[in-house]
Design a protein around this ligand. Structure first.
Ligand code: DUC
Ligand code: ZN
Ligand code: ZN
Length: 469
């Protein structure tokens, strides 16, 4: 007797697409076959797709943002929104504030997440203060304790690391088998451009994009890849927005480097023109790197189609727009420099890639599964997730590929007050979502509760194993 049988669906994994029934018992997938019988609950998935629950490995929730700015999502609203978008696991960041120990930072995030999540969660660390204690003791101990990935920033005063610090942090990754993620934008170049814009009185949201042009991302990407080459360590280049950065990744790979590339929905669907909205509405699209133009969207699609990108993540980093603690904070209304960076998108990531990618014939369903679930699990060490296979966690999304919807924030479940993707038409939406064998959403209706999602410790990435030869 199984707990659940999902019957008559088309199952998709990163390698295969086939018609089969899927049986779930005690939170795991226990059989895949034809004509499976006897379950407490039978879900008819005829005409629908049965795919691994999405894993979004780039999400920001409840992250302190300074100057009275508050993120629009905590773990409850952020994971609820993720779940409605077909996700069963997300990886938010745990930000180390200056002077803070990583353990202390983690205690805070665990307290926020505990008992509040609708999806499983696991944390990446953001290293902002790589002191000798952090590098020598804390970080190696935390990698061993199931936190095997950390992000470093090359931009933002207060967060950016210099090259020496990045090299030292990468060295810890090399010694421990952890994975380093890098935000590639050259802070000094941005500051120079901000100075020029401000001197000219050019302070509207659009200046956010013009002070962070492609060249500042390209240079930093080249430098991050070079530093990783010096240390001889794999590296993840996150939120890649353009063809020049893609070429840097291609060139590094051609030199034999292990490089993971990530891109996000904003670089496929938005352009810098969106930042030009009247009444400061462009603030709704302020994120870093900024959206570019249609030619760069095409470059990012090419990167998806040709395998430059292994990861498609949301970079969900939500701030309310019409809110003194959000985009329109008192200083944010005076200059683009004070508009918090980040946009919501955890719920719309999968429908956008499904509709624009699979339905429009740019990628097949297996590649969709790889880009949105399987690769995230393998790269970031979630061993029992990211596939429909016997023994895996029963984290499953059932999609109706024929539903057509216009994205409206009013229909979404995050804590922001807008969606940057408002008005985009999509075909295909996840209608039923199962987490660890529990039906969390059935035909669009929330059945699960906060606290059903759990914290998941991770193993080392397969990518960081030393070469045998
Ligand atoms: N980088 C991110 O990864 N997310 C939001 C803001 C940023 O700069
Ligand atoms: Zn970033
Ligand atoms: Zn981010």
């Amino acid at each position: 007797m199984f707990d659940i049988i999902i019957r008559n669906g088309t199952v998709a994994t990163a390698s295969d697409i086939f018609k089969a029934d899927v049986a779930v018992l005690d939170g795991r997938i226990v059989q895949i076959g034809e004509g499976l019988a006897d379950a407490a609950r039978v879900i008819d998935a005829a005409g629908r797709l049965v795919v691994p629950g999405g894993i979004d490995s780039h999400v920001h929730l409840s992250q302190p943002s300074g100057n009275g700015i508050v993120m629009a999502d905590d773990f409850e609203s952020g994971t609820r929104s993720a779940l409605f978008g077909g996700n069963t696991t997300i990886l938010p960041f745990c930000l180390q504030e200056k002077g803070q120990s990583l353990r202390e930072a983690l205690r805070g995030y665990h307290a926020l997440a505990d008992g509040n999540c609708y999806t499983d969660v696991s944390f990446h660390l953001i290293v902002s203060d790589p002191s000798p204690t952090v590098l020598g003791q804390e970080l190696p101990a935390l990698v061993a304790d199931g936190y095997p990935s950390f992000k470093v920033f090359m931009t933002y005063e207060g967060l950016r690391l210099n090259d020496a610090q990045i090299l030292q942090t990468m060295d810890v990754a090399r010694r421990t088998g952890a994975l380093v993620m890098v935000h590639c934008e050259n802070e000094d170049a941005i500051r120079y451009l901000i100075g020029q814009h401000e001197a000219a009185g050019d302070v509207a949201p659009k200046a956010h994009a013009t002070t962070r042009p492609v060249v500042v991302e390209r240079e930093a990407t080249h430098r991050a890849l070079s530093l990783a080459e010096v240390v001889d360590v794999p590296v993840v280049i996150v939120h890649v927005s353009n063809g020049a950065a893609i070429e840097e990744i291609r060139a590094a790979r051609a030199r034999g480097r292990k490089v993971i590339g990530e891109t996000c929905p904003q670089y496929l669907t938005l352009t810098a023109d969106s930042l030009e909205g009247m009444d400061w509405e462009g603030a709704k699209f302020v994120c870093s790197p900024p959206p570019r133009d249609e030619a760069e969207q095409a470059n990012c699609w090419r990167g998806i189609e040709t395998g430059v990108f292994d990861l498609f993540s949301s970079d969900h980093c939500p701030f309310r727009y019409d809110d003194s603690k959000g985009k329109l904070n008192p200083k944010g209304k005076t200059s683009f420099r004070h508009i918090p960076n980040g946009i919501p998108g955890v719920e719309t990531r999968l429908p956008i890639l499904f509709s624009e990618g699979v339905m429009k014939g740019r990628i097949d369903l297996s590649r969709f599964v790889a880009l949105t679930a399987t690769n995230h699990a393998r790269i970031y060490g979630l061993e029992t997730k990211g596939s429909i296979a016997v023994g895996m966690d029963a984290d499953i999304a059932i999609w109706d590929p024929n539903i057509t919807r216009t994205i409206r924030h009013a229909d979404l479940h995050d804590g922001a007050d807008y969606s940057p993707y408002e008005g985009i038409n999509v075909t295909g939406w996840p209608t039923t979502v199962i987490l660890g064998g529990k039906v969390m959403i059935q035909d669009g209706e929330l059945l699960g509760q906060k606290g059903d999602g759990r914290y998941r410790s991770r193993s080392l990435s397969g990518l960081t194993r030393p070469s045998v030869s």
